[in-house]
Design a protein around this ligand. Structure first.
Ligand SMILES: Nc1ncnc2c1ncn2[C@@H]1O[C@H](COP(=O)(O)OP(=O)(O)OP(=O)(O)O)[C@@H](O)[C@H]1O
Ligand SMILES: [Mg+2]
Length: 348
């Protein structure tokens, strides 16, 4: 059986069916093209007149090198040469430090309120050296952007880091919710116990209202629930997975899609990057490229067989790295129109 293009819902059609789409994410294995895909999507929305923010949640400053402009500093900057497009490179160290201070403040307030004469610093040091702390801080920042910049921008595209990080970012949302619920429950129990011990039952509600930790937990829960409602809404949010026509990245995308579906997070689809056109393979005498092309056909068949209806875009392999606004524009254009020249011959 050969691939049928009629049955596909490619990017232009997919987006036209989702006029309210506002939050887009790209995920996938390291180095597969998450950043160029996120930029290609963002560029398109901006070109269509939408005020668009491209956010990098990567520890490495990938947007600056992609656009060849200084977009660092952890503040939103307009992208030169791309009207309506803005970029934000989240500075991990700043985010972690702020998050740490916030938690330290909460903890000291709580210790004071509970009359526990203890220095919170050692606890904070232990908590913040946990490797998951950085990810919690990034997740928190992502929630901030969804709630704040989501108001101000028509579209926000997130370029997330490599697979483990993005997976946790997604997984955290569920765990975070459960954790908050548990915390609130045990806080209620602790508070009613405290009131019971003082034999003044009518004081429970009063006590709960005064408790800074409780107030904090409730506001965290409210904020989290608002973000969750947005991220799980398939009219508003879509996660795109980027793969190469290679075994490992395909396996990662398959695993990812399963996991994301398990969290009820809306899957936007798959972007297949670095496809060698048939014309290129035929025109070259380079054995390496010809072999790569033959190898690619097998992987492309696998993608069509297992992920076919989810494929939204194909991006060809370019003669050089993707750098500068003009190259991003080209990626964007290809994401919305390019189809491999061998697709209709592919046996699946
Ligand atoms: N189709 C392509 N043709 C040529 N070069 C490409 C193509 N796609 C990506 N590249 C180059 O490959 C490198 C990796 O791409 P990109 O940075 O988008 O991947 P990534 O998934 O974001 O990587 P990381 O996991 O490190 O964040 C970049 O140097 C980019 O310019
Ligand atoms: Mg990247």
């Amino acid at each position: 059986m050969v691939v049928s293009l009629e049955e596909k819902v490619l990017m232009p059609e997919f987006l036209s069916k989702k006029p309210k789409l506002k939050f887009l994410f790209t995920g996938g294995k390291g180095g597969v093209g998450k950043t160029i895909s996120a930029a290609g999507l963002a560029y398109r929305f901006a070109k269509d007149g939408k005020k668009t923010l491209l956010v990098s949640l990567n520890p490495v400053h990938s947007l600056s090198s992609l656009f060849g402009q200084d977009l660092r500093g952890g503040v939103i900057k307009p992208v030169e040469g791309a009207p309506n497009l803005y970029a934000l490179e989240v500075e991990i160290d700043d985010v972690v430090e702020k998050y740490k201070q916030n938690i330290a403040k909460r903890l000291s307030e709580f210790l004071k309120w509970a009359d526990i004469p203890m220095d919170p610093k050692p606890f904070i040091d232990i908590a913040t050296t946990n490797p998951a702390f950085q990810e919690s801080a990034m997740f928190d920042k992502m929630m901030d952007v969804v709630l704040q910049q989501g108001e101000e921008y028509d579209v926000v595209v997130f370029d997330t880091a490599a697979v483990a990080n993005a997976a946790r970012l997604i997984g955290l949302s569920k765990i975070y919710g459960l954790w908050l619920e548990r915390m609130i429950e045990s806080r209620k129990e602790a508070l009613s116990l405290r009131v019971k011990l003082s034999f003044r039952k009518e004081k429970v509600m009063e006590e709960i209202k005064k408790d800074p930790l409780m107030a904090d937990l409730l506001s965290m829960q409210d904020r989290f629930n608002r973000v969750k409602d947005i991220l799980l809404n398939e009219e508003l949010t879509a996660f795109f997975f980027v793969t190469l026509p290679l075994s490992l990245p395909i396996a990662v995308v398959k695993r990812f899609i399963k996991m994301v579906k398990g969290f009820d997070i809306p899957v936007g689809g798959v972007i297949v990057n670095q496809v060698i056109p048939k014309a290129v393979a035929e025109a070259t005498t380079n054995e390496y490229i010809r072999n790569k092309y033959r190898e690619q056909l097998g992987y492309m068949a696998e993608i069509e067989r297992d992920l076919g209806p989810l494929v939204r875009s194909y991006i060809p392999v370019y003669p050089s790295e993707v750098v500068g606004v003009d190259m991003v524009a080209r990626v964007s254009q290809d994401m919305f129109s390019w189809i491999p020249d061998f697709l209709d011959e592919l046996e699946v």
